[in-house]
Design a protein around this ligand. Structure first.
Ligand SMILES: Cc1cc2nc3c(=O)[nH]c(=O)nc-3n(C[C@H](O)[C@H](O)[C@H](O)COP(=O)(O)OP(=O)(O)OC[C@H]3O[C@@H](n4cnc5c(N)ncnc54)[C@H](O)[C@@H]3O)c2cc1C
Length: 72
């Protein structure tokens, strides 16, 4: 039934956006809500290593992330 294909995700950070991506690829109609007024632009580098590399490859993001990497 079409109504079962809709999903609501609360929070547009790593977990929420990754879940939204996956659910969208699985055919769900995804709505994301976020209580923060704007994107957080601060922070420190995020490690992408080990099993995470396979995940970003499957998401089709590996090459762009590699091109944007900072040297640590
Ligand atoms: C001080 C600090 C430093 C860190 N440094 C690093 C680092 O250097 N490198 C690294 O890889 N990780 C770091 N982390 C860990 C990293 O921030 C977390 O692992 C990651 O943000 C978790 O992602 P998440 O999507 O699970 O949750 P969060 O990033 O916490 O996202 C949750 C989102 O949900 C939203 N939200 C919450 N409640 C609601 C609601 N009721 N309705 C709508 N939206 C809602 C929030 O506004 C937020 O955007 C750090 C964490 C902290 C606290």
């Amino acid at each position: 039934m079409e109504a079962n294909k809709k999903i609501l995700i609360s929070g547009a950070s790593f977990a929420g956006l990754a879940t939204a991506y996956r659910m969208y690829k699985m055919g769900y109609e995804v709505t994301i809500v976020e209580m923060a007024p704007e994107l957080k632009k601060g922070g420190t580098p995020v490690d992408i290593k080990g099993t995470t590399i396979e995940i970003v490859k499957r998401m089709g993001l590996f090459e762009i992330l590699k091109s944007l990497r900072i040297g640590y």
